[in-house]
Design a protein around this ligand. Structure first.
Ligand SMILES: *Cc1c(COP(=O)(O)O)cnc(C)c1O
Length: 460
């Protein structure tokens, strides 16, 4: 791109584009990064500079960019049709994808409701659960509440924000939200119960189970991110945690919503996180990796039991009156099918070696003076930076250490996006070992020069 065209684009980006989760004043004060192309695990900006996509374009890319098989699947579908509605009619790829998903997810999830994003996938589950208790065979209209974890993130629509608990994002909207029961986080580095994982009995799970039992008669559903809370700061759950929630919800007649928007499609090492603990939730919410990171498409899967409560004559009022214009988009479904094929055939078998390599890199980082904790679940990881390792004291938030580290990493050709002072590592699952090494080495080198003082010359 020539210099004049580039300058024009940058100006229009500043003048007109309001970026999500972005402090716009600071953004507009700098030259924006504008991506023009991608190939494999790299993004290429308008200057032709290449960056390693270290967070999978916000946790969704699976096979890298411009994968010929995926591009081809879209092209082939484009010759048929780009879009038609799913309201009262079907389209070919959405039927085939529903069938494929049902084959791959934990057994018992047989009904697929499409939407467009993670937020809508969870919102759908929340509304379905609510409606279910009103029209199941033994209705329980008092079941109107949800239980979720402290630090939870389930998307940005108001229902999702109500079950979410990230102060910085959600607090302001409190007057608009419904109230949600909170269980403690399974945060082993900063245990809310003051315990140590080596000696505890997963007391946080016990606390959640107790809440579920106590509030069974008013609880519609429990919402959880299986195996790892993502946006909360990459916080893995102890083994068995999910299983305990499943048993408790089943006993207490409460529905379980598994939000696998972040952890689904191989991220944790298995195709779905729930499968690792042999859990079948009542709702499984899928999005980010569903299309390999190509197009917006989401799905909420549920059981025949839930589905059947919505059956009846058209005027019986049992219909689920919810949907989006682009629900079940054929292009999205077509690329999702191609992505799943690649994932199952070639990506999953090669994953264990990458997970091990990432673990080795993280263990090396753990030794650095400003690293308080490293956390990993499959090919998703967080490196928590602290000012003082012994006391686990965080850096003052005004120093914006996480964003500054990512800025330095970017200058060395790697794109990362932090969660506060937790540096997230989440490359495309198809990344080669040599690129995984490069990603981790660049971060290691930056962290090596990070000091606990704000004005030390080594800190950008
Ligand atoms: C990203 C995310 C969402 C929201 O998905 P969007 O596609 O951004 O709406 C919901 N839940 C979890 C666990 C997520 O990580």
């Amino acid at each position: 791109m020539d210099a004049a065209a580039r300058t024009q684009l940058e100006q229009w980006d500043r003048d007109h584009v309001w970026h999500p989760f972005t402090p716009m004043q600071a953004y507009a004060a700098e030259r924006p990064l504008i991506i023009e192309r991608g190939h494999g695990c790299f993004l290429v900006d308008v200057d032709g500079k290449e960056y390693l996509d270290g967070v999978s374009s916000l946790w969704c890319n699976v096979h890298g960019h411009c994968r010929p098989e995926l591009d081809e699947a879209i092209r082939r579908q484009l010759e048929q049709i780009a879009h038609c509605t799913l309201l009262g009619q079907g389209n070919v790829p959405s039927v085939l994808l529903a069938r494929k998903l049902v084959e791959l997810v934990p057994p018992g999830l047989t009904r697929v409701f499409y939407s467009d994003d993670g937020a809508t996938a969870v919102e759908v589950a929340l509304k379905m659960a609510f409606q279910y208790w009103r029209q199941c065979s033994r209705p329980q209209p008092r079941k109107t509440r949800y239980l979720a974890l402290h630090g939870a993130y389930h998307g940005d629509t108001l229902g999702d924000v109500s079950v979410g608990d990230i102060g910085r994002f959600h607090e302001l909207f409190a007057p608009l939200l419904f109230s949600t029961l909170r269980a403690p986080q399974h945060h082993c580095y900063r245990c809310p119960l003051g315990l140590a994982r080596s000696t505890c009995r997963i007391d946080c799970a016990e606390a959640a189970v107790k809440l579920i039992r106590e509030h069974a008669d008013t609880l519609a559903a429990v919402v959880v991110e299986p195996l790892l809370q993502g946006a909360a700061g990459m916080i893995p759950a102890p083994e068995g945690y999910l299983c305990q929630l499943r048993e408790a919800t089943r006993e207490a007649n409460v529905l379980l919503i598994a939000d696998e928007v972040a952890v689904g499609f191989g991220r944790t090492g298995s195709l779905f996180a729930c499968s690792r603990e042999e859990v079948t939730p009542d709702f499984l919410c899928l999005a980010k990796g569903l299309t390999g990171g190509y197009l917006p498409l989401a799905a909420t899967l549920t059981t025949d039991e839930v589905y059947s409560a919505f059956l009846g004559k058209p005027d019986a009022g049992k219909t689920f009156f919810h949907g989006h214009t682009y629900t079940g988009n054929p292009l999205g479904a077509a690329v999702a099918l191609a992505s799943l094929q690649l994932l199952v055939d070639s990506v999953l078998p090669e994953l264990p070696a990458k997970v091990t390599r990432l673990r080795e890199h993280l263990e090396r980082m753990r030794e650095l003076p400003c690293v308080g904790d490293v956390r990993q679940q499959g090919l998703m990881a967080g490196v928590e930076l602290v000012q003082d390792r012994d006391s686990k004291r965080a850096f003052p938030s005004a120093w914006r250490v996480g964003p500054r580290v990512c800025r330095q990493v970017r200058d060395q050709g790697v794109l990362l996006r932090p969660l506060g002072d937790v540096i997230v590592l989440m490359p495309p699952l198809a990344i080669e070992l040599s690129l995984l090494d490069r990603l981790c080495d660049v971060l290691y080198n930056v962290l090596q020069h990070l000091t606990p003082e704000p004005d030390a010359p080594s800190q950008a």
